[in-house]
Design a protein. Structure first.
Ligand SMILES: [Fe+2]
Ligand SMILES: [Fe+2]
Length: 455
């Protein structure tokens, strides 16, 4: 059996804003945006909020509304792939630059992003579907994203104002936005600023501050309240505004922007709720993984408990279970939901998720030790796993528990290429993997727990 990893609760001194800010990198990945998109949007939006004279409480709501604006992003990725038949991440990325009030731009986007690499007949079938049902489909996509994002905000303990701002992110000043078609001041100011900050950032990539200004101005009175655009114009025309947005130390500068007196430390409870909520964001990405992270986390904790881990260590390792597939947010649904066998290139892309999990968690102090534990869930005792190909002596007991829980849950759930297996079938496969991929003691304990599960 592998030895337990050294860990300490002292790692947990981090502010809540730092925790959320670090995890926005995972949201950027799902949206196909370059790293730091949410953080830069936060810098831009907070400058606008200050310029408009918002008070500390409104600024605090705005701050988290922007950081969480993409919390629901994974929930429409599978549907997006199903509709367009193309990589959801590049489709999402490119859509952020489309002015949806322009029929020409929307038509051009649909034509250039639908059924890429697919036979012409399929491409036209998809385009026809989008043309005939476009409005309804768009509302469905935005609604899934907005509702999910709002629910995540509530689950993280934010107030209804932050949740409502996330829910209304894609509403436009002229009533042409989605999903509700709210008009003017019916839209929370935080949503208006967040959407404008998003547009401003997306068009500023590569030092294009001027282009960004032009695109925001183009949407004055259509997407955005003219007053909000004026506030943006006055901050964005200041010398060095764009240089400051792009300067090093992005994360630190975002953390400094949290209104004074509002900052709180992330305690054990908030680490749990954040890990659980991000598990849900991961699971929402594919219809085949509904509840997966949640269950892996819970199984992991139950096995750890039965193995005699101290209560705090059980809670700690459960977070590792919730977050083990975090890196899947960076993998396209064209691959994750592919019904057939993956080709070698696609398989390599899927394998990357374990490394991404480790990379994202490594940025966050309380999850730093957990990063190695979770990132190794596809390693095997015989050294034939990934990403590193490490073998038994280097695989800790916590990882071994997550691995058994992960394989069991994957086998007993439906996948795009096969039906869900019964418990007996799953255990017969796990038995075959004993001492090769899975730890025998962990498997024994898991089996005794599984007997108590509804099979
Ligand atoms: Fe995985
Ligand atoms: Fe998994």
């Amino acid at each position: 059996m592998g030895i337990g990893i050294q860990w300490t609760d002292a790692e947990t001194t981090i502010t809540f804003s730092e925790l959320i800010a670090s995890l926005t990198y995972a949201l950027d990945m799902t949206e196909g945006q370059p790293p730091g998109h949410c953080l830069r949007s936060c810098l831009i939006g907070m400058s606008v909020g200050r310029e408009m004279g918002l008070g500390p409480e409104e600024l605090w709501n705005l701050y988290y509304s922007i950081l969480l604006k993409d919390a629901g992003c994974s929930s429409n990725a599978a549907r997006l792939f199903e509709l367009y038949g193309s990589d959801d991440r590049s489709t999402k990325n490119d859509f952020k630059t489309v002015d949806t009030d322009s029929v020409l731009q929307v038509a051009n986007f649909v034509f250039s992003h639908t059924g890429l690499g697919k036979p012409l007949q399929e491409k036209f079938r998809r385009i026809l579907n989008l043309a005939m049902n476009g409005e309804e489909l768009a509302r469905e996509l935005f609604s899934a994203r907005c509702e999910r994002g709002a629910n995540i905000a509530i689950e993280l303990g934010f107030n209804e104002r932050v949740a409502e701002a996330v829910r209304c992110l894609d509403e436009h000043w002229n009533g042409q936005g989605r999903p509700r078609g709210l008009i003017g001041n019916e839209i929370p100011l935080a949503s208006q600023i967040a959407l404008m900050a998003q547009v401003a950032d997306v068009f500023s990539y590569g030092g294009e501050g001027l282009r960004s200004m032009t695109e925001v101005r183009k949407r004055r009175g259509s997407w955005f309240d003219p007053k909000v655009v004026s506030a943006f114009e006055s901050v964005a025309s200041r010398d060095d505004f764009w240089k400051e947005i792009e300067a090093d130390g992005l994360e630190r500068r975002v953390l400094e922007l949290e209104p004074e007196g509002f900052s709180i430390l992330a305690d054990s409870e908030s680490l749990d709720s954040v890990a659980r909520a991000f598990g849900k964001i991961i699971d929402a990405k594919s219809p085949y993984t509904f509840g997966h992270s949640q269950r892996v986390g819970d199984y992991t904790m139950n096995v750890a408990k039965r193995m005699g881990f101290a209560p705090e260590r059980c809670i700690w390792v459960r977070r590792g279970g919730f977050l083990h597939d975090l890196g899947k947010l960076g993998v396209s649904n064209a691959i994750l939901d592919k019904p057939g066998k993956l080709d070698p290139e696609e398989y390599e892309a899927v394998k990357k998720h374990a490394q991404y999990t480790e990379e994202i968690l490594c940025r966050i102090a309380p999850f730093r030790t957990l990063a190695a534990v979770s990132g190794a869930h596809h390693e095997r005792l015989d050294g034939l796993g990934y990403p590193r190909g490490i073998a038994a002596p280097e695989i800790c007991i916590e990882t071994r528990i997550i691995t058994v829980a992960d394989i069991f849950d994957a086998l007993t759930e439906e996948r795009p290429y096969r039906k869900a297996m019964s418990f007996e079938e799953a255990f017969s496969i796990l038995d075959g993997l004993k001492d090769k991929a899975v730890d025998r003691d962990c498997l024994d304990v898991f089996r005794s727990i599984a007997r108590e599960l509804p099979g």
